[in-house]
Design a protein around this ligand. Sequence first.
Ligand code: GTP
Ligand code: SPV
Ligand code: MN
Length: 605
Amino acid sequence: MALTNNKNVLAWVDEMVALTKPDQVVWIDGSKEQLDALTEEVTSLPEGNRDKMYKLNPDKLPGCLYHRTLPNDVARVEDRTFICTKNKEDAGPTNNWMDPEEMKAKLTPLYDGVMKGRTMYVIPYSMGPIGSPLAKVGVELTDSIYVVLNMNIMTRMGVDAFKNLGDVSNDFVRGLHSKADVDPENRYIVQFPEENTIWSINSAYGGNVLLGKKCFALRIASFQGKNEGWMAEHMLILGVQKPNGETVYITAAFPSACGKTNLAMLIPPEGYQKDGYKVFTVGDDIAWMKPGKDGRLYAINPENGFFGVAPGTNEKSNPNALACTRKNTIFTNVALNNEDGTVWWEKLDKNPPVDATEWKGAKVNGPEFIAEGNTLAHPNSRFTAPAENCPCISPEFNNPEGVPISAIVFGGRRASTTPLVYQSFDWTHGTYMGSAVSSETTAAATGAVGVLRHDPMAMKPFIGYNVGDYWAHWLEMGEKLGDKAPKIFNVNWFKQDEEGNFLWPGFGDNMRVLDWIIKRCEGKADAVETAIGYLPKKEDLNLTGIEDEVTPAILDKLLAVDTDLWKKEIAEMRRYYQDDIAAKGGKVPAELMAELDKIEARLNK
Ligand code: GTP
Ligand code: SPV
Ligand code: MN
């Protein structure tokens, strides 16, 4: 039974039913009974069925499920992701583009009758707390129970999402997903930003099919944000509670699999804990930000769960994330521990299960399999965990107004050049710094791993319009915020020594860098003015407890600004702006070009 009288929703669902021809249509109300029944159905599928999910040990991992996707379908597919706007220049040089009508003509035959013999699930969901002035409604149509169960964790899913839509509003995002035959040759992830519409076909992997996430909350939402005066960013949101009880909120944009979940759930080093510092998580992947009544920038996390990278998550690196996954969690493409019906991934602990099922589904002897050079879990294997499981979830998580942001941090994986932390001179320079983010690629998207690529604002795969206009929007937001704008910083946890070892211990010790950032925001720490920005004075970084690891010589390396390397960096940015952006239809704002000149002049001084 339809869960809404909204005529636009009903008309669109009818149209998509006529196209995809499912045997039946089920509206997802979000009730426990309905979700339990779907769980029974999907876990009762016979072994070998590619939709099958497995229940895990109910004592050790209550309410947890396990699933494997096809080996050709384990990450986002950027080369098959499109922004379809009427004019090509509106998609810009960082996106694949096709004319919307042409794309629909191409995909319509693929969708025609694709749900014959299947059920279509109609999923109403809210991105952001229901009723929040920043929240938005989406509806996803899918033929996958796995998608329904994941959307239940990642979004506010169910009948309540329709509450504020009314009968006539057209303000919702239409998402059509079919796993079809999971055929990589016909896999498409398509955004139509001018129509608030997403079409995804032939994938069953997270970022390609949980349409509320990257497709809506970043690609479509960034386009909406430009038109409506707000920002949708690939950012974590955290709060640092100081000993005096006050909480300072920070957002940080790092490319995929570069440490957002880790930083968002950081546990401060012992000394900080003793002093009374606490870190609270508001979000680990996406921030929607809008100026509030007081003129400051406020952020909400539009999501309701964490779709986190499993490998590397352990009791030491991120105990909070691990705790999130101990109940009501879905694990995808990790390994099964058949000894006790639990899961395993690389670096979870030092005891890979002897009786294991690796991520492709083969039964193996875990230690032997690893000794042969394999991994038991896929490097981009993930957990889908409810935010409410997080031991450090912020008390403001459901605050409809969001939290006021004091600092915005950019970062990426850079073996050299970029120091541990530095601050921009102002918002325009900070916007330049964001545009200059580049990072070594990870397993989060298909393609080579470890290759340095430009990833402006960590949004390269997610900006739903022309990157030049996106940068201009950043500059406009800065102008609107004026002296209430957050301060902008850049960090690099990944600087290496000559042998390729990380110089900075990272993880919980990143608190020491956040501490300096907060003090800078409050005007309580001095800085060294360099050609590239403000750097910490060495004595202002609190290294108590890690003096053996971060010796004065290592600290020198971490805070070095190598003029020759930076001249190369600036030359590369000039080439990037000109050849990769301007020459390909992106308008680089004059203010950003001017920043290049200014940095270069300072380097030459
Ligand atoms: P997406 O969910 O893909 O957007 O990524 P994310 O940014 O949330 O990634 P996540 O926090 O899961 O990063 C995982 C990877 O970053 C793992 O390889 C971690 O080992 C590594 N990592 C995270 N924090 C640090 C750090 O402080 N230092 C070092 N060296 N590695 C880190
Ligand atoms: C990312 O790749 O940045 C993710 C995972 O957060 S996905 O949802 O697949 O995009
Ligand atoms: Mn992400």
